[in-house]
Design a protein around this ligand. Structure first.
Ligand SMILES: [Zn+2]
Length: 156
């Protein structure tokens, strides 16, 4: 058998994995794979790459396919721990801002030779309010990311 012959069988393998082939062609492919180790190896490699897309997958470790499939089925979680950390950070920032205002407001006011109120207003504007915004936005973020995930799934 020459190289083009194997090439055409490999093309058939690609086609089968992508959208399926007729029973006749599958039969001749199976017969060739029985005798040709290098094309069998090609099939195994292709299966590993696109496992789960369908097509026949003999000669492939079934546990590998199962693992790939289960990882594909599991929806991509943006990580709840991630959101929890953001919320904790927002709470700490908010409380920290208030604490700075309570404890060091007078110090800051004297250092910069300004009144107590401007310091408080500055802290409110640049620290406490943004922190609160993050805190209030936090429950919405998982919903937004969930919507994004659904959109990705639909385009696949
Ligand atoms: Zn071959």
């Amino acid at each position: 058998m020459n190289l083009d012959h194997h090439e055409s069988f490999r093309h058939t393998i690609d086609e089968n994995l992508a959208r399926g082939i007729s029973a006749d062609r599958e039969q001749s492919l199976r017969e060739h794979l029985d005798t040709c180790a290098s094309c069998r190896e090609y099939l195994n490699a292709s299966n590993r790459v696109i496992a789960g897309l369908g097509g026949f997958s003999f000669e492939v470790d079934p546990t590998l396919n199962a693992r790939v499939l289960s990882s594909l089925r599991r929806p991509a979680q943006p990580g709840r721990r991630h959101w929890a950390l953001i919320s904790v950070a927002a709470v700490v920032l908010t409380m920290g801002g208030s604490l700075v205002d309570l404890r060091f407001g007078d110090v800051i006011a004297s250092v910069f030779d300004i009144g107590r109120m401007p310091v408080r207003q500055g802290l409110l504007a640049f620290w406490i309010v943004p922190s609160l915004c993050v805190l209030l936005l936090f429950p919405l973020l998982p919903l937004l990311s969930k919507a994004g995930t659904h959109r990705e799934e639909r385009t696949q």
